[in-house]
Design a protein around this ligand. Structure first.
Ligand code: UFG
Length: 351
């Protein structure tokens, strides 16, 4: 069966990153077909897709039927659980979903003719980074939690499949939104720094702040790290820059590129205090003075990407800075779609 050169299968396209990539795929002239279990994704986030089918990537017959119906030339695999802390408490959930189901998904695509796969991986595959040098792709991979290990195992399996070419994209810290098309992150619980700073600063409704554990406001986790101001340093990229990297990775594969792995970050680090300062300025909240708590378990001091390989091979580089990440996140978190989604998820969780 000849593939349709425009059709791209997007697993997890109802999630935060998958929905932004689906939107950009459509803008780039592709025909995205989203498959998502909706266990944590949102139906509204699939509105840019040419088609949506609800189902599980670990369901071989479901994926076979999707391949027969749409004949995708490529697939992007986002469907995964993403909470590092939860993965330590419930490793089986992560190994079953992020590793075993990913293997079924990849193997079924291979059985149906192979093709090209872009895989959503993570900086968590590198594990404990004890120095401050930007991390290159040839750093040893030594995950320190089941989340990172499950993603690394899926990467390794994918690389070993004969008739599939793949790109694994190892993301650092992703933030921001595309509020002009009503897209953004709606995690429940929400553990990420930028939404946790932004929600109290935009005076999000009390029920939302309470549901997300922000009733007492935002808190900095640890001011005793060996960094320039004592708070942890991360490399943040805008979700729309990340989406652009996916389109470039896809075109690279379709143009005959070989199997590769790329880090995606900006190469610049911001400390938590620097993000706080940027939020004060961007959102004009000079009165913002967050409280301080001890370190969150498992957080490394510094994590910065060396993305030179993506620049050289994919011609990719981030275009949107931290101010835009904060401003777009603020616009999105003010939206009715966001508020309704969190209220619904909080109600479901409390039942
Ligand atoms: N932080 C706070 N207060 C909060 C939330 C976070 O001070 O309320 C701090 C964290 O302790 C950390 C920094 O902000 O120092 C960034 O935290 P995030 O949770 O936003 O991001 P992480 O760097 O912990 O995690 C990210 C991805 C993970 C991925 C990991 C790779 O979200 O999916 O990078 O190391 F696994």
């Amino acid at each position: 069966m000849r593939p349709d050169s425009r059709v791209v299968l997007v697993s997890g396209g109802a999630g935060y990153i998958g929905s932004h990539v689906t939107h950009v795929l459509k803008l780039a002239g592709f025909s995205p077909v989203v498959v998502d279990s909706l266990v944590s994704g949102n139906l509204w986030a699939t509105r840019s897709a040419n088609a949506f089918r609800q189902g599980d990537v670990g369901d071989r017959d479901f994926i076979r039927a999707i391949c027969d119906e749409f004949r995708p030339v490529a697939a992007m695999h986002f469907a995964a659980f993403i909470e590092v802390g939860e993965s330590v408490k419930r490793p089986e959930k992560y190994f079953t979903n992020n590793r075993d189901k990913a293997k079924v998904f990849f193997d079924t695509l291979a059985e149906k003719g192979g093709g090209n796969i872009v895989f959503s991986s993570t900086a968590a595959v590198y594990g404990e980074i004890t120095d401050s040098a930007p991390v290159r792709e040839d750093r040893p991979t030594r995950p320190i939690n089941p989340y990172g290990q499950s993603k690394l195992d899926a990467e390794s399996h994918l690389r070993g499949i004969g008739n599939v070419k793949s790109v694994a994209l190892r993301y650092f810290n992703v933030a921001g939104a595309e509020p002009s098309v009503d897209l953004g992150e709606a995690h429940f619980p929400e553990t990420h720094l930028i939404p946790r700073i932004v929600l109290p600063l935009i005076d999000a409704p009390k029920d939302i702040r309470t549901a997300l554990g922000l009733a007492a406001g935002f808190r900095i986790f640890g001011t005793d790290y060996p960094t320039r101001d004592g708070t942890a340093v991360r490399d943040y990229i805008h979700v729309m820059d990340l989406a652009d990297a996916h389109i470039r990775a896809l075109r690279y594969l379709l143009d005959g590129g070989k199997t590769e792995v790329f880090n995606l970050g900006s190469g610049a680090g911001y400390s938590v205090k620097e993000i706080v300062e940027a939020a004060r300025t961007t959102l004009q909240r000079g009165d913002f003075n967050p409280g301080i708590e001890p370190r969150r378990e498992g957080d490394p001091a510094i994590l910065i990407a060396d993305s030179m390989k993506a620049k050289v091979t994919l011609g990719w580089g981030p275009q949107r800075g931290i101010d835009r990440m904060i401003a777009s996140a603020a616009a999105w978190h003010r939206s009715q779609t966001y508020a309704e989604t969190i209220v619904k998820k909080a109600n479901t969780a409390s039942q």
